[in-house]
Write a new protein. Structure first.
Length: 229
C-alpha cells in the first residue's frame, strides 16, 4: 500500500479493515463483553451540588466552536487538565471520581498478562487527562477510542429534559460500536442511559460514542485513567 493512502480517513480505514478481518473484529468485540470491565455508578450523593458544578463548568467553556480533530460534533470542550483546577466544586468532583475508580478497579477480574485491562499493578490511581464537554441541539460524539488510557469515562452533570432530548436512545452512550468509516457490521454491545450524577467507566481502547439528541444541553465531565506503572 502506498504511503499516500494513509493521508485520507478512507484510506486509513481500508488499511485497518484489511488488518482486522471481520472475523477478527468480532472476536475482539467479544473479548470486551465481560461486565466487570465496564461499570455504571450513580454518584449524585457523593458529588457536589450538580447545579453548582454545572455553573462552574459552563464558565470554563470559553470557545464557541467545536475543537478540530476531536470526536465531538455540535459542542465545545474545555482546555487544559480539568482536575488541576482549584474551584471547590472541581476538587470535590475529583475526590468522588477517585473513589469510584478505586471501587471499579477493585472488582476487576484477577490479573491476566494477556489482557490489557488486567495488569498485576492497579494503583495508585492516576489520570492522563480530564475535561468537560458541552453538547447542544443535535450534538453527539463520533465513535472513537483513547489509545493512551486504561479506563475512560462519561460523567453526566446536566441533561436536556426528556421532551427536548427525543425518544430513546437519543443521547445515550454506546460501547463497542466501531467508527462508521471501518464499515464493520458490529452493533454496540451495551448502551448507557444518561442520568445526572451517573458515571460510566469502560476500557479506553473500547469503541465508544453517543447518539445525537434533539435539543437542549448535555454537559459532561470525561477523564482517562492512566495505565498503572
Amino acid at each position: 500500500m502506498d504511503a499516500s493512502t494513509l493521508d485520507s480517513p478512507a484510506g486509513f480505514a481500508a488499511l485497518i479493515k484489511g488488518i482486522f478481518s471481520e472475523g477478527k473484529a468480532k472476536e475482539s468485540h467479544a473479548t470486551w463483553q465481560s461486565a466487570r470491565h465496564k461499570g455504571v455508578y450513580d454518584l449524585a450523593e457523593s458529588l457536589p451540588s450538580l447545579d453548582a458544578l454545572a455553573e462552574c463548568l459552563r464558565a470554563l467553556h470559553l470557545s464557541v466552536h467545536q475543537p478540530l480533530e476531536q470526536s465531538l460534533r455540535g459542542g465545545t470542550q474545555t482546555d487544559g487538565y480539568l482536575f488541576a483546577r482549584v474551584e471547590p466544586e472541581i476538587r470535590a468532583l475529583r475526590r468522588a471520581v477517585v473513589e469510584a475508580v478505586r471501587e471499579h478497579v477493585a472488582q476487576l477480574p484477577p490479573a491476566d498478562p494477556r489482557h490489557p485491562q488486567l495488569s498485576e499493578r492497579r494503583s495508585p490511581i492516576r489520570f492522563s487527562g480530564a475535561w468537560s464537554v458541552r453538547l447542544t441541539s443535535g450534538g453527539n460524539h463520533a465513535n472513537h477510542i483513547h489509545p493512551q488510557g486504561w479506563f475512560s469515562s462519561a460523567l453526566y452533570v446536566a441533561l436536556p429534559d426528556p421532551e427536548q432530548r427525543g425518544p430513546e436512545p437519543a443521547g445515550w452512550l454506546t460501547l463497542g460500536e466501531p467508527q462508521a468509516e471501518l464499515q464493520l457490521d458490529l452493533p454496540p454491545f451495551r448502551m448507557v442511559e444518561p442520568k445526572p450524577g451517573r458515571l460510566a467507566l469502560f476500557p479506553s481502547t473500547m469503541w465508544h460514542g453517543t447518539r445525537s439528541f434533539g435539543a437542549g444541553e448535555r454537559l459532561t465531565v470525561a477523564f482517562d485513567v492512566a495505565p498503572p506503572r
